[in-house]
Design a protein around this ligand. Structure first.
Ligand code: NAP
Length: 297
C-alpha cells in the first residue's frame, strides 16, 4: 500500500510517499481503508521531533492520527462494528491507504469522509478545554485563535451549551467567526481594549500560543479561568496548560450527535493527495488554517 513516511526528523522535505506493508488490526483495534486523514498541527510537530515526550516516535515513522474510512478488519475483542461500516477516529500512520484505529465511532449519515476526517482530535480537544476552563451556560468565553480546527469546534460546542463566545481571528476570518455564532475582533495592537468593548469575559482559552497569557489573565481577572493548549509557558502565570487527551470514544460519540443535530460543521479549507503531504504540512505550519485541512486517499 501507499503510505507517507519519514526516516529522519526535520522539515516537510523529509516526508516520502512509499510502498509499505499493510498494517493489521490487533486485539481491540480495527483497520480501515482510509478515505481521508485529518491534518493536525501535531502531525508536523511529531515530524520535527518537537513532541517526543507526548508522542514517542521510532524512525522510520508514518504520519497522521485522525482518519475516516471503511472498516475492513476487526480485531479480537471488538464488538459493535462490522466490516463495511463507515467510521471516523484516531489511530496512527493515517496518511496511508490502510490504517489501524484505536478509537472510533460510526460516521453520522450523509457526512462526507473528507469532512469527517477533520473532527476526531479537534473535538476531543475542544470538549476537554471547555470542561477544564469551567465556563458555564450564560457566561462568556473568550477564545484566542478561534478560526482554526480547535477554535471552530470550541465556538460551536460552547454556543450549543448556551455559552456566549468572543473569538479573535485575522481580518479575513471575522465573517467566518460571526457565522459560528461568536462576537469577534481581530488580534494585534489594541485587541484587549476591543475585547473589553464587546463585553465581560468570564473565562478564556489560548488556542494560538501567540504570547497572550498575561492579557487573558487580565481580561478574566483570574489565572484559573484561563487554559492554554499552545503555550508551554502558561503555568508561569498560574495558567493551566492542557495537554493530556481525554476520552476519544466519548468525544467521537458527542461529535456524531452534534453533527447529526446540525450543531457542528467544520469546513475543510483544502484537501491534498498523499503525494502532496509536504504541501499540506507547509500550509498548516503557516498557522492560518480556517477549519481543517485533510489528506484525501
Ligand atoms: N495541547 C493539546 O492537547 C493540543 C491539542 C490540539 C491542538 N493543539 C495545538 O493548538 C494549536 C491550535 O490547533 P488547531 O488544530 O486549532 O490549529 P490550526 O487549525 O492550524 O489553527 C490555528 C489558528 O490560529 C490562528 N492564529 C494564528 N495567529 C494568531 C494570533 N496571533 N492570534 C490569534 N489567533 C491566531 C489562525 O487564525 P487566523 O487565520 O484567523 O489568523 C488559525 O486559524 C496548535 O498549536 C496545536 O499544535 C494542542
Amino acid at each position: 500500500m501507499k503510505k507517507v513516511n519519514f526516516a529522519e526528523f526535520g522539515g516537510p522535505d523529509v516526508l516520502r510517499l512509499i510502498d509499505a506493508e499493510e498494517p493489521h488490526a490487533g486485539p481491540g483495534r480495527i483497520r480501515v481503508a482510509v478515505r481521508a486523514a485529518g491534518v493536525n498541527p501535531v502531525d508536523w510537530r511529531i515530524r520535527e521531533g518537537q513532541v517526543l515526550g507526548a508522542h514517542p516516535t521510532e524512525l522510520p515513522a508514518g504520519v497522521g492520527l485522525d482518519a475516516a474510512g471503511v472498516v475492513d478488519e476487526v480485531g479480537e475483542g471488538v464488538d459493535g462494528i462490522e466490516i463495511g461500516d463507515h467510521v471516523f477516529g484516531e489511530g496512527s500512520s493515517t496518511y496511508a491507504e490502510f490504517a489501524v484505529l484505536s478509537a472510533w465511532a460510526r460516521m453520522p449519515e450523509g457526512l462526507p469522509f473528507e469532512e469527517a476526517a477533520g473532527y476526531p482530535s479537534v473535538v476531543e480537544t475542544a470538549l476537554r478545554v471547555i470542561r477544564e476552563v469551567g465556563v458555564l451556560p450564560g457566561q462568556t468565553l473568550l477564545v484566542s485563535g478561534a478560526s482554526g480546527g480547535v477554535g471552530s469546534a470550541v465556538l460551536q460546542i460552547a454556543r450549543d451549551r448556551g455559552i456566549a463566545v468572543i473569538g479573535t481571528g485575522s481580518a479575513s476570518n471575522q465573517e467566518y467567526l460571526r457565522g459560528l455564532g461568536a462576537l469577534t475582533t481581530t488580534y494585534g495592537e489594541g485587541w484587549t481594549e476591543r475585547v473589553r468593548q464587546l463585553g465581560r469575559v468570564d473565562a478564556a482559552l489560548d488556542l494560538a500560543g501567540s504570547g497572550v497569557i498575561r492579557e487573558l489573565v487580565d481580561l478574566t481577572g483570574d489565572p484559573q479561568k484561563v487554559v492554554s493548549i499552545a503555550d508551554l509557558g502558561a503555568p508561569e502565570s498560574g495558567v493551566r496548560f492542557s495537554g493530556v487527551a481525554g476520552s476519544v470514544p466519548e468525544a467521537l460519540a458527542e461529535a456524531a450527535r452534534l453533527i447529526a443535530r446540525g450543531k457542528l460543521h467544520i469546513p475543510v479549507e483544502k484537501s491534498y493527495t498523499l503525494a502532496e503531504a509536504a504541501a499540506a504540512h507547509i500550509d498548516s505550519q503557516a498557522g492560518h488554517t480556517r477549519g481543517r485541512r485533510v489528506m484525501v486517499v
